[in-house]
Design a protein around this ligand. Structure first.
Ligand code: G6P
Length: 360
């Protein structure tokens, strides 16, 4: 994880490929001598003492927050709200009696998030920053910090920081659950090993994603991502990746919501990338795909092994259902990468974007 590109044509591709390595680094760093995942007791207490967690973030980190909410609510049974930093600062919701604020920021320098942190500290509430940069502003000004250990992320479009954020949020959820004797239906450490291997399989499947990008995205002006539950949140991140680096207009939608308006945009050949990694909604998301296919859309279904069907474009390896976002995002990162490449875009330095935005 050094900052050289080595033999890679782009930092983004290198950083996508580093994800299995980062997973293993996180497993190592967050493990204690007895081989159990562990988090500083002060931080676990802050989670346990709060009656509601408020996640504040921007961009990709906001999308990680949406998945993090799912992790914390399912695993640690704590209610979580996720807010866009620039909205929260001017439009603060009613807070619970004992809130804990979690700031998610790769850089730790995003001004929109910092504005919220300043306000939160004025109000006297505890704050935890999850960041890739030790000593960053958001880390220094919060009470607690959890580091991503993802190594420097150079490409403007975030990839390995997103999966690292998910991993750290899952650890936080699990350690908090265990400390309160809440049963967790899987052993996270073991699942992380399976996930790291699955990430490798995906990173080794680049030709398929290049082919998908060529087939679905070489000429289109737009693209929709659909999913239900966490697949919806990962779809939003997939859409952001595609917008950022290929300039294709893309949007992530909840599978059931598309028909309430946006389906009007579907034309002959409009690409729809659908995620199907959740058993409980597998049939309903496939129903949504049929609705758009009947109107001429060109569907690309990415499913998880065990839920796959003949028409699927790609099947990701099986991992625990709660944790699928850690791997289902990788096909979307790679599809965005190749779409941008085929369109001749500057992958690492997309127009109008900055790696960290230090103005509000
Ligand atoms: C910028 C970057 C995005 C990033 C967002 C939040 O807009 O272009 O890629 O997701 O900031 O950055 P942070 O460092 O707070 O995660």
């Amino acid at each position: 994880t050094d900052i050289e590109k080595g033999t890679y044509p782009h930092y983004m591709l290198k950083e996508i490929d580093e994800q299995p390595l980062v997973m293993r680094k996180i497993i190592q760093t967050y493990q204690n001598e007895e081989g159990r995942l562990t988090i500083e007791p002060n931080i676990v207490n802050a989670v346990n003492d709060s009656d509601r967690i408020y996640i504040i973030a921007a961009g990709t980190s906001y999308h990680a927050g949406l998945v993090g909410k799912q992790f914390i609510e399912t695993i640690a049974k704590k209610p979580v709200e996720v807010h866009i930093a620039s909205e929260f600062v001017y439009n603060m919701p009613l807070l619970s009696a004992k809130p804990l604020f979690i700031f998610i920021s790769q850089s730790g320098e995003t001004a929109d998030s910092r504005a919220v942190l300043v306000k939160v500290k004025e109000l006297g509430y505890p704050a935890l920053t999850i960041t890739n940069v030790a000593g960053s502003t958001l880390s220094r000004e919060a009470d607690f910090t959890l580091l991503l250990h993802a190594g420097p992320e150079i490409a403007v479009a975030s990839s390995k920081a997103y999966t690292a954020q998910l991993a750290v949020l899952a650890i936080l959820a699990e350690v908090s659950a265990q400390s309160r004797n809440i049963p967790v239906e899987f052993e996270l450490l073991r699942e992380f090993g399976i996930i790291a291997n699955a990430m490798e399989v995906l990173c080794d499947s680049k030709e398929i994603f290049e082919q998908i990008a060529r087939e679905f995205l070489s000429v289109t002006p737009n693209c929709f991502f659909i999913g239900r539950g966490v697949d919806y949140f990962v779809g939003m991140e997939g859409a952001l990746k595609l917008k950022e680096i290929s300039y294709i207009q893309a949007e992530g939608f909840a599978g059931g919501e598309l028909k309430h308006g946006t389906i009007a945009l579907i034309e002959e050949g409009t690409p729809i990338i659908a995620l199907a990694t959740q058993e409980s909604v597998n049939l309903s998301i496939r129903g949504n795909v049929k609705e758009v296919a009947a109107r001429g859309a060109n569907p690309c279904i990415i499913s998880m092994k065990g839920l796959n069907m003949d028409e699927d474009s790609f099947v990701i390896p099986k991992v625990h259902e709660v944790l699928t976002p850690l791997i289902s995002v990788i096909p979307l990162q790679l599809i965005a990468y190749y779409a941008a490449l085929h369109r001749g875009c500057d992958v690492d330095k997309p127009r109008n974007l900055a790696k960290s935005v230090t103005v509000e």
